[in-house]
Design a protein around this ligand. Structure first.
Ligand code: IMP
Ligand code: MG
Length: 189
């Protein structure tokens, strides 16, 4: 685990699932794949606020072709840490997406409701293509109604609620450099 964490935060972490070094290596690989796949194409990366910001900032610096970037914000209503499937748009992109290849950049795909909603939204806007790039994927959690392809994934992880590397629990822990599993006591407080 990163040495810059305070003892207080360290005590709240049960386990480190993906270290920042491992993530850095993987982001390099994904960046070069994206650079090859979209060479000569108009690529627009759309980050999903707020969870994707750390991954987004790392990823764009590993892409060596011209890109545009924008951000959206959505909310999934549901109890606790589970998505209900009802997704609403809180902030749209500010640019014209027509004729562009859109790559949605997200922190994690869980049930898949959120990314399905976002993908459908941009596919309906005269885009050339819409693909998905996630730092983390929990494949065993995917809703059986959702059939969605994750085009680029950092790591597949088990069914555990994770924080760090941009991901939060009640808006905390986004600044942890590693992807971590929280201690169970945190949820029962
Ligand atoms: P989905 O719609 O169920 O795929 O949920 C996706 C959203 O739920 C992600 O964008 C995250 O904001 C949140 N989420 C899902 N799993 C986790 C997790 O383990 N930690 C933090 N946020 C999560
Ligand atoms: Mg999210």
């Amino acid at each position: 685990m990163s040495t810059c964490l305070t003892d207080k935060i360290r005590n709240e972490i049960k386990e480190v699932l993906v270290t920042s070094d491992k993530m850095k290596e993987r982001v390099k690989e994904i960046g070069s794949l994206i650079s090859k796949d979209y060479d000569g194409k108009k690529l627009l990366l759309i980050g999903v606020l707020k969870g994707s910001v750390v991954f987004f900032a790392d990823l764009i610096r590993e892409i060596n072709i011209p890109i545009e970037m924008d951000f959206i914000s959505v909310s999934s209503y549901g109890a606790g840490s589970t998505s209900s499937g009802v997704v609403t748009l809180k902030k749209d992109v500010g640019c014209d997406v027509s004729g562009k290849h859109v790559l949605i950049v997200e922190d994690i795909i869980d049930t898949g409701f959120t990314l399905k909603y976002i993908k459908d939204l941009f596919q309906a806007r005269n885009t050339k293509s819409v693909a998905i790039c996630c730092a983390l994927d929990k494949p065993t959690r995917r809703d059986k109604e959702i059939n969605i392809k994750v085009d680029y994934a950092g790591f597949q992880i088990p069914d555990e609620f994770v924080v760090g590397y941009g991901l939060d629990y009640a808006e905390r822990y986004r600044n942890l450099p590693d992807v971590c599993v929280l201690s169970p006591e945190i949820y029962s407080q």
